[in-house]
Design a protein around this ligand. Structure first.
Ligand SMILES: Cc1cc2nc3c(=O)[nH]c(=O)nc-3n(C[C@H](O)[C@H](O)[C@H](O)COP(=O)(O)OP(=O)(O)OC[C@H]3O[C@@H](n4cnc5c(N)ncnc54)[C@H](O)[C@@H]3O)c2cc1C
Length: 255
């Protein structure tokens, strides 16, 4: 993937909030358009993030990164999805204060936590917990309807863990992806023992990762996002099954 023909906007952009979507009890999606030029005058790859600068929330400006949970095939907007972090300054400020019409300052897009068709393998395996699902929703949005075509994975598997069904971020999107041939979505719940049998139970384990890919590690690229323990576990399982380091990618949300 190269940068040829990619539209970029240099420096800090003023992004107007066009929509606020309540996803769960502690998570919201903010849909943005460029407040100066309208629409989205920049391109991005699914999985990339924007870096936001918040002036006036604390004494000094605060900078935080948020992955775009949208994909470019959703049109001329972009969106990011924020989960409240306990005692977190910005995640709570965004969820409590930001409304339609407000303007946020951000720069980007940034990051290589993306699917790279010329390097990556045909089966993309994504492992996440909590808000770590956001890059994978973007990637699935981008590739689900192109699956098996040139430039897209042939198969996608998402294994994601939450505490309970109430914590499921972007649940409708996950349900829709699961219905597409070649896309598999597995949700495991660590504190919801009465959930129906289509949910797996417990935190993500090595056995769950092996089961999710049906013990078929040939032609896989692994991407993992969430707490360090999940990224370490995913990497260890993949390596033990012969997946080369170049096919194991991580993104940490804890900067
Ligand atoms: C590349 C990148 C992409 C990101 N994308 C997203 C995204 O799409 N959605 C999203 O909700 N967040 C995302 N994050 C995390 C986000 O940038 C903030 O770190 C998060 O919102 C917490 O900020 P805060 O100001 O509320 O918390 P702070 O005031 O910075 O932290 C408060 C406390 O929470 C702990 N903490 C900080 N971040 C986390 C975390 N992520 N999980 C658990 N504990 C934490 C800190 O150690 C501290 O104890 C991303 C981070 C990076 C680096």
């Amino acid at each position: 993937m190269d940068n040829v023909n990619r539209r970029v906007k240099r420096g800090w952009m003023n992004l107007k909030v066009q929509q606020v979507i309540v996803e769960t009890h502690d998570t919201k999606t903010f849909v943005l358009v460029d407040s100066d030029e309208g629409g989205r005058p920049w391109d991005y790859w699914a999985g990339q993030y924007l870096t936001f600068r918040f002036d006036g929330v604390a004494e000094k400006p605060i900078v935080r990164s948020y992955t775009m949970s949208s994909s470019t095939n959703q049109g001329d907007i972009c969106g990011f999805t924020v989960k409240r972090v306990e005692k977190g300054i910005i995640s709570n400020w965004l969820c409590d204060n930001i409304k339609v019409g407000d303007v946020l300052r951000a720069r980007g897009p940034i990051g290589r936590f993306i699917y790279e068709p010329e390097k990556d393998r045909e089966h993309l395996v994504m492992v996440a917990a909590g808000s770590g699902v956001t890059p994978f929703v973007s990637i699935m949005r981008e590739y689900a309807d192109k699956i098996g075509t040139t430039g897209a994975p042939k198969r996608m598997t998402l294994l994601v863990s939450y505490k309970s069904r109430q914590d499921l971020i972007l649940a409708k999107d996950l349900e829709a992806f699961a219905k597409i041939a070649g896309c598999q979505v597995v949700v495991t719940l660590s504190r919801d023992p009465s959930a129906p049998a289509n949910f797996w139970q417990g935190r993500i384990t090595s056995d769950q990762i092996i089961k999710a890919v049906n013990n078929d590690f040939a032609n896989t690229t692994f991407m993992s996002c969430g707490p360090t323990a999940i990224m370490d576990l995913t990497g260890a399982v993949a390596r033990a099954k012969g997946v080369p380091d170049a096919q194991i990618k991580n993104e940490s949300f804890e900067s």
